[in-house]
Design a protein around this ligand. Structure first.
Ligand code: MSP
Length: 664
């Protein structure tokens, strides 16, 4: 039987500067989806590439005194360029398209001619506003309240010139019908409504050529015009499959695309202009377009022009590629914006990767080595918690697959980590070290360790799509051939036995406070270097000794001050005492978007079990704080009331209030 196909694309990147961690997000997410589909047995085509024409590139090249082609060649193919970054991040793309490739140019010209011959492209005069950085034309009504670009809010300039237009407006009704008949087409749902509103306000035809931007694909029948970069760029999705060219193939096999993954700011091009072009070409339409949110830094979009970019290469060198992949895939709620902070990254590495995953593997392998010389087989001596663990091993793959089908990558990871956490709890419940004290318990002990190896084996298979460096390392420590990390091997009991081999810790724990101090020093040094000064020799001054005494009533604040505080309802998933502290309880909470850890000094008033499953109020935008000498990071605060004797009561909400609901 022929394999089912899956065609997934990233946007093609502007190689106008080095790519940052925000760009890496889309590509890593697509990579995880592509790997997952391959493991499910699909014949996958994963396309990425670069969008190399346009005014911006032309200007950058002129600044550097090189030709535009030399400029992009260096950023795409040169050392530390786009291709090197994808190699570093283990991006398993099948094809890489550059819009300066001859075959792409040939396809674009054929597409433009077809649209012209069909009467969907016509010549007229363009009068309007042009945003250079976004390479977008805007009408009066589309400009923002300051008369600037509605996307980047930078000034636009007036343009009037002869130009070709594509009849986008003609397709307005068919586009609305497309959205209605295919609820999957635009995702998430909320973004669909934005697109409908945009069309309903009156869809203008699109200006698709310029006479003042030489760095573009010439219009074949009128070469003083070059094509609008978006027509050129969007066509990559079919030119890469050999549409109207002989240099590539796969159009019959892979088109229409199963998924175009794009950032939310370019969703409009993919759900209006692109389907309208395809309708005009009488081609099938992509099945799904997903508009993901942005990676924010200090509340703003990470971007080179703002100067707040984080370099993925630096992060990978410091923490390892899989730690960065995991952070991107796990931390950013799919479809919504997510924030990058060093604290959040370190906290994820420590809590999920070092504590949960790393510890489970090292404890299991160490016990197997200690008690059985490393070699194990099931003995059939089962007891109570086994059924729960083996059932979870059985159920997890379907849950992960269901989440991946809905593009809920963080949820898919959560399911895998639920299994890992359950297995860790199983160690505590079965206490292998206690079983090991009696020779008679050896068969039970062996069964327990076999069960743990099975949980780890299945977790490794599933994790292979997200952590492609780590999963084979797990397999090696379990004594398995990494080639066996395939979905066909999922399921409890599929491995007859194990001969484990101790290895290095998968993710060494990071000392949070030392690390943050080190990063702050590096940041200082970088800033000083940028200013051409030496880093300050003296540490920052200690807090002044003359601070006023704490006041019973705080000074008055404005409504704007209050609005800075984001308070939300969160559900307590787990709560435990900390062995190192009499005061603190450690909470794992779900805040409506993601899980987070909060340490709260209420151990004197509450037993952990009392609060599990309850809904509390949290301050959600408090900067994460390292606690207990950096061993933990607390990501917020749980609201409680203290009476005049200092007795504390936590604010609780009934189940009818959804986690994530805002207080105000
Ligand atoms: N060249 C166009 C795409 C054409 S597709 C036919 C383009 N290029 S881009 O380099 O500016 O952006 C590529 C992708 O990176 C976009 O999906 C964009 O949303 C994404 N990101 C850029 N900065 C980002 C963040 N800070 N966070 C998340 N994604 C971000 O647009």
């Amino acid at each position: 039987m022929e394999k089912k196909t899956f065609y997934i694309t990233t946007p093609i990147y502007y190689p106008s500067d080095k790519l940052h961690i925000g760009h890496s997000y889309t590509t890593v997410a697509c990579d995880a989806l592509a790997r997952f589909k391959r493991m499910q047995g699909y014949d996958v085509m994963f396309l990425t590439g670069t969008d190399e024409h346009g005014q911006k590139i032309q200007d950058k090249a002129a600044d550097k005194g090189v030709t535009p082609k030399e400029y992009v060649d260096n950023i795409v193919e040169g050392a530390g360029g786009v291709k090197d970054l994808w190699k570093l991040l283990n991006i398993s793309y099948d094809r890489f398209i550059r819009t300066t490739d001859d075959y792409h140019i040939k396809s674009c010209q054929a597409i433009f001619t077809k649209l012209y011959e069909k009467g969907d492209i016509y010549k007229s005069i363009y009068k309007g506003h042009y945003c250079k950085p976004c390479e977008s034309f805007w009408t009066d009504s589309q400009l923002d309240e300051n008369g600037c670009c509605p996307d980047c809010h930078r000034p636009v300039y007036e343009a009037e010139e002869e130009a070709y237009f594509f009849k986008t407006g003609k397709y307005a009704d068919r586009l609305l019908q497309l959205y209605e008949e295919n609820p999957q087409f635009i995702q998430p749902e909320s973004r669909k409504n934005e697109m409908i509103a945009f069309i309903k306000q009156g869809l203008q035809d699109t200006c698709v050529s310029r006479t003042t931007v030489p760095w573009g694909i010439p219009v074949p029948f009128d070469p003083k015009h070059t094509m609008y970069v978006w027509v050129d760029a969007l066509s990559n999705y079919i030119s890469a499959l050999g549409y109207e060219n002989d240099a590539r193939d796969g159009f019959e096999k892979f088109w229409p695309a199963d998924l175009h993954m794009v950032g939310k700011e370019i969703l409009r091009f993919h759900t209006i202009l692109w389907p309208a072009m395809l309708m005009a070409l009488d081609l099938p339409l992509p099945k799904r377009v997903f508009g993901h949110g942005w990676l924010l830094i200090n509340g703003g979009k990470m971007s080179k022009s703002v100067g707040n970019v984080v370099d993925p290469v630096v992060l990978c060198e410091r923490y390892g590629v899989d730690a960065i992949r995991y952070f991107l895939l796990r931390e950013i709620p799919f479809g919504n914006d997510g924030s990058f902070t060093n604290e959040a990254l370190i906290s994820r590495i420590n809590s999920d990767l070092a504590n949960d995953l790393g510890n489970l593997l090292s404890r299991t392998v160490a016990m197997a080595a200690k008690y059985f010389g490393g070699t194990l087989a099931p003995t059939g001596v089962t007891a109570d918690p086994d059924a729960e663990v083996t059932a979870l091993i059985g159920e997890t793959p379907d849950k992960v697959a269901a989440a991946m089908d809905q593009l809920l990558i963080p949820q898919a990871l959560m399911e895998i980590f639920r299994l890992i956490q359950r297995a860790n709890k199983y160690i505590d419940e079965t206490a292998p070290w206690a079983l090991a004290k009696e020779e008679a318990n050896a068969p039970r002990l062996q069964q327990v360790l076999y069960n743990l190896c099975e949980a780890l084996r299945c977790a490794a298979i599933l994790l292979n799509a997200y952590l492609p460096d780590t999963a084979p390392k797990m397999a090696a420590q379990l004594g398995l051939d990494p080639a066996g990390l395939v979905f066909a091997n999922l399921g409890y009991g599929k491995q007859a036995g194990y001969t484990v081999r101790k290895g290095e810790a998968l993710f060494p724990r990071i000392d949070v406070s030392k690390e943050l101090e080190e990063l702050a020093k590096q940041d200082e040094a970088r800033k000083a270097e940028a200013k051409g000064q030496a880093a300050p020799a003296q540490p920052a001054p200690e807090k002044s000794q003359e601070e006023p005494e704490a006041q019973e009533h705080l000074p008055e604040i404005t409504i704007d001050d209050f609005a800075k505080c984001e308070m939300r309802v969160a559900k307590v998933l787990a709560c435990e005492k900390l062995p190192e502290s009499k005061k603190l309880l450690k909470f794992r909470l779900f805040d409506g978007e993601r899980e987070r850890t909060i340490l709260s000094g209420i151990a004197k008033w509450y037993q952990p079990e009392e609060l599990v499953g309850k809904q509390v109020a949290i301050v959600a935008n408090l900067a994460p704080r390292p606690m207990m000498k950096g061993k933990y990071v607390s990501e917020g605060m749980i609201l409680s009331a203290a009476d005049s004797q200092g007795n504390v009561t936590v604010v609780l909400f009934p189940d009818s209030v959804k986690p994530g609901s805002q207080l105000g």
